[in-house]
Ligand binder design. Sequence first.
Ligand SMILES: *Cc1c(COP(=O)(O)O)cnc(C)c1O
Length: 367
Amino acid sequence: MTASPAFAPTVELHPHPRTRDELGVILANPGFGNYFTDHMFLAKWTPDEGWAYPRIVPYGPLTLDPATAVLHYAQEVFEGLKAYAHADGSIWLFRPEANAERMQRSAHRLALPELPTDWFIGSIKALIEVDAAWVPNGDEKSLYLRPFMFASERFLGVRPSQHVTYGLISSPAGAYFPEGLKPVSIWLSTEYARAGAGGTGAAKCGGNYASSLLPQQEAAAQGCAQVAFLDSTEHKWVEELGGMNLFYVQSDGSIVTPELSGSILEGITRDSLITLARDLGHEVVERRVSIDEWRDGCADGTITEVFACGTAAVVTPIRSLKWEGGEAVPGDGEAGKVTSELRAALVDIQYGRAPDRHGWLQQVLPA
Ligand SMILES: *Cc1c(COP(=O)(O)O)cnc(C)c1O
């Protein structure tokens, strides 16, 4: 592969950015994924040039030929991370190199070119520099960043695309639980799997999400917020939710999280919480957890808390796991003490309220 040129994006500013008043209304109640900042970042890759044409441009639609490969064969990967405003107004990223490296692994699995880490982090810094006013402050709000990469060649043959587009868009996000941690119910999917052995479960690709939508709909019809997926071979081991990893707190204070099996996505929140839980004196074990262990552990009190985690919601307590004709409720079904303690430990670092002992924060803009 040809070496990629140095990262030096061009900047085309939006002729009509949102006014201060419009922005004020948006940031007061952003929700999640509703509004997009005034600019976006784009770059393209070809085998001859490598990564090229890094640019900040006004946010707007992409024009795609109907034969664009991604529309047919789903050769696409993405990432999700947040920028946090600290109390002094400075803006920070949390472990962005971990997202860059995961996107490289995802790209490799989908036969897409790897975006160098300095381009990944550089694109985020370049976008935040022009859209800094969009990073909300206070109330655990953040600017959600969505890097994505897709096969943009106009070609219907089945082979890796020879033209690839990398993009970055960003969207202000409100606190996920503005009124405090609210436990949710989860539906156990027995008919569908999210990922199989040798498949793309460990890659963050759109296709995994596409296949989770029907079971997700089934969960919603059962009054559940999310789906839990079992392994696709034995239909016995609980892997994860459609977009979040799982943790179990046990009555002896130890914590279990499913081991990375190749079909589980390596969450950066998961990895960070393992470290923080150990810092707080909990033993953390990565191993398989069967559906029987979850059910029996809730019934006999061995499992006292269950929670899910991911960048968007950070930590979501699980009130109950439901299936056809049954239900398992850990503890009293309220947000548990360890769940709340771990969540606080993580967000306190992200928002600069606790010391960053692991060197996880990277400053994007000074105060
Ligand atoms: C993104 C994702 C997660 C969470 O990863 P984080 O890095 O913690 O945001 C978990 N599971 C799946 C399937 C995901 O796509």
